[in-house]
Design a protein around this ligand. Structure first.
Ligand code: AHM
Ligand code: MG
Length: 336
């Protein structure tokens, strides 16, 4: 009986990834080890996020703790935890974090073949009011036996080996793709393990929700304005779409993945490249969307085809249900 199996035959994320990797005899368990260090970072941040409100209540924020250290801001703390966990995994060579201006090159003794790009705590404006935030990550692999350089991470998103995010919401959910579909795992706090709860996620072909910061509407270009107008006043006899916008990419994308619809952070007159970062926001989310059967578009091209020239580069982004993204693609094509 399957419900029973669910309760007694627990598919942890480690077991799941080990199973997946066993299909590739060339992999020597390195990826599983790397992932277990990412998972550790996520668990730590989850605990820190859950305690954040309490810490403030007790008057700890901004004060010094027992060791005489200043209380670190949650995003700074999360970054340090991920950097240390990734370096100590012994499986990484280059790390790019939203929090650090420069990439981190791992010292030779601790070096491995993976490059990890990540945003340790995305959605920072939501931290102080307890709304969902998340960690986003993408993984590349360097070619064997060569000295790592920035070019190893300045690669199109389609070259990523794996991508995922962890959402610190009403529960802690980790969504992962290693290039053969998308799977979701929920942290069981009593076990301290991520358990497979959302196997083989597929995004609905068409959705009923659009998600965008409409406060920027006055600066949008023609196709974006037209698309959002169509969401509200459809001309084909269909019902208007609902608007949902949290302002946390992980939460907005997670809802889009499960319920369908479209998430957009378009270019505008003030930010011609939009706001979101190519390497550790646009690419991982686009990778997951495509793996779930959706699409991701920059207004000019398939997002995963983009070749970044700087590690903190930005790009406009339209991602979600296949049919909904198809519509915005047509509007941009008509522009040209
Ligand atoms: P952050 O990295 O400073 O947290 O900014 C990224 C966040 C995304 O999570 C979210 O999609 C977007 O910024 C929201 O931006 P805005 O407040 O302009 O709508
Ligand atoms: Mg961010």
């Amino acid at each position: 009986h399957s419900a029973d199996a669910h309760r007694t035959d627990l598919m942890t994320i480690t077991r799941f990834v080990l199973n997946e990797q066993s299909k590739h005899p060339e992999s020597r368990g390195d990826f599983s080890i790397l992932l277990s260090h990412i998972v550790l970072g996520c668990k730590f941040v989850c605990t820190a996020v859950n305690k954040a409100g309490l810490a403030k209540l007790l008057g700890l924020a901004g004060e010094t703790n027992v060791q005489g250290e200043d209380q670190k801001k949650l995003d700074v703390l999360s970054n340090e935890v991920f950097i240390k966990a990734l370096v100590s995994s012994g499986r990484t060579c280059i790390l790019v974090s939203e929090e650090d201006e420069e990439a981190t090159f791992v010292e030779r003794a601790k070096r491995g073949k993976y490059c990890v790009v990540f945003d340790p705590l995305d959605g920072s404006s939501n931290i102080d009011c307890g709304v969902s935030i998340g960690t986003i990550f993408g993984i590349y692999m360097i070619k064997d036996g060569h000295e790592p350089t920035l070019d190893d991470v300045l690669q199109p998103g389609k070259n990523m080996l794996a991508a995922g995010y962890c959402m610190y919401g009403s529960s802690c959910t980790l969504v992962l793709s290693t290039g053969s579909g998308v799977n979701g795992f929920t942290l069981d706090p009593s076990l301290g393990e991520f358990i497979l709860t959302h196997p083989d996620i597929k995004i609905p072909k068409k959705g009923k929700i659009y998600s965008v910061n409409e406060g920027n509407a006055k600066n949008w270009d023609g196709p974006t304005s037209k698309y959002v107008q169509n969401c509200k006043y459809p001309t084909d006899g269909s019902s208007p779409k609902s608007l949902r916008y949290i302002g946390s990419m992980v939460a907005d994308v997670h809802r889009t993945l499960l319920y369908g619809g479209i998430f957009l952070y378009p270019a505008d007159k003030k930010s011609p490249n939009g706001k979101l970062r190519v390497l550790y926001e646009v690419f991982p989310m686009s990778f997951l969307m495509e793996q779930a059967g959706g699409q991701s578009f920059t207004g000019k091209q398939r997002a995963l085809d983009l070749v970044p020239t700087k590690i903190h580069e930005r790009a406009p982004i339209f991602l979600g249900s296949y049919d909904d993204v198809e519509e915005i693609k047509k509007l941009y094509a008509a522009e040209e």
